[in-house]
Design a binder for this molecule. Sequence first.
Ligand SMILES: [Ca+2]
Ligand SMILES: [Ca+2]
Length: 320
Amino acid sequence: MRPRSSAPATALALVLATTGCGDAHGESMATASADASTLATGFPAAASGNAAPADQARAAGEVFRDCPTCPEMALVPTGTFVMGSAESEDELAAALGYETQRTVTIGSSFAAGVYEVTFDEWEACVEAGGCRGYTPDDAGWGRGRRPVINVSWSDALAYAEWLTELTGHLYRLPTEAEWEYVARAGTATARYWGESADAQCEYANGFDLTANEVRPHRYFPPADCTDGYAKTAPVGSFPANGFGLHDVLGNVWEWTEDCWSAAGAPSDGSAVQVPLCEDGRVKRGGSWGSFPHGLRSAQRRVDGRASDEATGFRVVRELG
Ligand SMILES: [Ca+2]
Ligand SMILES: [Ca+2]
């Protein structure tokens, strides 16, 4: 296990990204226009660490899975990156210190889920006696390759624990620092495709004109483009980032291991752990219901451990 560190508990944080969570209207299922190509590779270094022989032989970017129904995993290299955002990205976050930039080192390579965990993958866990026998509601949008939704932080943890027991490898939720590291994939721009919010629909499923047509938002405009999905999209409907991971921004919010701390993650890549975690867990990446300012690599959100229709998760796996 990587070392844990702690930070003082903070007052309940302001939710920065407003989403269309809870919208249970039917989905317009127009076909996504984006292909599944991959952005320029962001691999900065070779894999390293004290991995088992099979893992040691893997190269950064290699995709593998530990069992037929296990999620596909991509090996992520070690590296150093700047976490957080420049003040120009979000004035409120800057004022509150939520996205203060700091240099973070990811000292051990690990593997990250290529996709958000799907309903198919979740159901394999339930059928094998794991995941507490819980079958999440799909809100009528469909299951299969869509990301599992209506899962709490504890549910997500139960899935990772089942994978660990099944495979003998340590699966867990990403720390907040690890999440932003794999989201950026070597980029320093607001989004892994660049700065442009208008280009969003080519790369991610957010609150777009499709979603606004189904349920117009009263106060905020959608992204001025069409991604084709009013609710969740099957995972991999949009291009991968430079680490080969899809939908890191958008589609569903992703739980992280961290307890909320306004100051954010420590510089060694570990999770913020606070006794009782009363301020909630951090989720990242925005969702189908998020406005463009919410689909940024530095965007942070705190939530209780409740489940909703805009939140799922992605697992990581330690090597060895
Ligand atoms: Ca959308
Ligand atoms: Ca996502």
